[in-house]
Design a protein around this ligand. Structure first.
Ligand SMILES: [Zn+2]
Length: 474
């Protein structure tokens, strides 16, 4: 892909001027130490590839243990291991002509069952402008069936722009030692980014720069709330601790001690308790804020929520129904039911019953007027639905969704009629919905259309009765 002249010049200048500073070489060596294994053979005999120390330990394969000699915490592998590869992206911020460039190296260590061999290859440079970044990769970055890998045996020949489909996805461990010097006369002067980078491990450095532009970033680092600095853009409002963090300042030592992250803070705001285990358990539950208005989250967790992660919505439903039914919401037995789903389903039925009862009362009042519209000829009769129960029956035998109309019917938003044959008056035949003296729906079983004769009957009825009744009322 074509590289704009401006960036081509910057890349060329960087090629001429960039070196590997001693501080970065040290940084590489530190990371290289982590690319070692504890090789375990029979009887728990362990060998540290980092320092050559031999010792005996009972640790399992694929766990990490500390070598008692060099104190490195390393991965344990069996001595039958044929090969193993470590890969890490190490990043160094650099500068040419006042332009910041993030250099990305791959540190790759290959273990062939005998010795370890490491290579470092710089494969990407990211030119950082105010709001924009441009990634350029070397010819050593190879695309094999959609998988990108760095070929350490290939010699560098040229830079190329990263193709469009490759979005910014290169995370790395950034070398902290030169950041302070580089940021000297820049907007990041006070950002404390070096302190953040030192503790952060793998990061998207470009994203960090975006966050470091917020004043809150510096504030959070100074407070030693490093994880919260990763969400610095969420702490831009408020003038005191309570307003900024949503919790009282007395929680600060706890927040620092646990280096809490934003998800943990959100739970702490509701829980208001210094219990990091409980906080971690509550992360991921939905509707915690709404629940906290009804219940004590700690009790709710141990008595209800811990039993099933996906109960929160039902729990909230249950509590809403309790309120609707005016249950005593101070009663612990009601707030924290032993068997939530059983109680939940009970209340659903109860509410339905109460609703039906209310609807029935309203329908009865409406019938006083609607009964005046009952009409029949020698074959058919039409009359208003007399009750919720009758609508339930009609819905069952007609296989339609009439039940959802109960409330509307009760409130007078539409009128429901049953058209039946005089020969078999108990049997459902046609269900009719009326609005403003007009038929809006007339359906046979399974929502089939009605026949000509029934249609004619309905026409006569609307003209002779419905329109007249409504005129009288008007
Ligand atoms: Zn060692």
């Amino acid at each position: 892909m074509y590289i704009k002249k401006k960036y081509r010049l910057i890349l060329a200048l960087a090629d001429k001027e960039f070196t590997i500073p001693n501080s970065f070489q040290k940084f590489i060596n530190e990371n290289k130490k982590l690319h070692n294994l504890i090789i375990k053979s029979k009887g728990g005999n362990c060998y540290c590839t980092c320092c050559g120390n031999k010792f005996i330990a009972k640790t399992k394969v694929d766990c990490k243990i500390k070598c008692p000699n060099c104190k490195q915490k390393l991965l344990v592998k069996t001595n039958r291991l044929k090969e193993y590869t470590f890969k890490d992206n190490l990043q160094l911020l650099d500068k040419v002509n006042n332009t910041l460039i993030l250099r990305t190296f791959e540190l790759r260590t290959y273990y062939d069952g005998n010795i370890l061999k490491s290579n470092v290859t710089e494969f990407m440079r990211t030119i950082i402008e105010d709001e924009e970044t441009h990634d350029y990769t070397t010819n050593q970055l190879i695309n094999k069936m959609g998988n990108m890998y760095v070929s350490h045996n290939t010699t560098f020949t040229h830079w190329r722009a990263r193709s469009k489909w490759a979005y910014r996805d290169v995370y790395g461990i950034v070398c902290p030692s030169n950041l302070k010097r580089l940021f000297k006369n820049t907007e990041f002067k006070y950002s404390q980014l070096d302190k953040y980078v030192l503790r952060a491990g793998y990061i998207d450095f470009v994203e960090c720069l975006r966050l470091a532009r917020y004043h809150s970033f510096e504030m959070l680092i100074k407070m030693k709330l490093y994880n919260l600095a990763s969400d610095a853009d969420k702490f831009t409002k408020g003038s005191n601790f309570q307003e900024i963090f949503g919790v009282s300042k007395t929680f600060l030592p706890f927040m620092v001690k646990n280096n809490i992250n934003f998800e943990q803070l959100k739970v702490l705001r509701l829980l208001k308790k210094e219990d990091i285990n409980l906080i971690n358990k509550l992360i991921g539950y939905s509707d915690l804020e709404k629940l906290s208005k009804y219940v004590n989250l700690e009790v709710a967790y141990y008595k209800v929520l811990s039993k099933n992660k996906y109960y929160t919505r039902d729990y909230l439903d249950y509590l809403d129904m309790c309120r609707l039914l005016q249950y005593d919401l101070k009663d612990k037995k009601i707030l924290y039911p032993e068997n939530l789903m059983k109680e939940h389903d009970k209340l659903v039925k109860l509410i339905k019953l109460v609703e039906n009862e209310q609807n029935d009362k309203l329908i009865k009042i409406r019938l006083e007027k609607l009964n005046k519209t009952i009409y029949q000829n020698n074959k058919y009769i039409i009359y208003p639905a007399p009750s919720v129960a009758s609508m339930q029956q009609e819905a069952n035998s007609q296989k339609n969704c009439l039940l959802t109309y109960c409330k509307r019917y009760a409130l007078g938003e539409s009128d429901i009629y049953f058209l039946r044959s005089l020969e078999n008056i108990d049997k459902s035949l046609v269900t009719v919905e009326i609005q403003n003296s007009k038929v809006v729906q007339a359906r046979s079983k399974f929502n089939e259309p009605i026949n000509k004769e029934q249609e004619k009957f309905l026409n006569t009825w609307t003209k002779k009765v419905l329109e007249r009744v409504s005129l009288e009322n008007a």
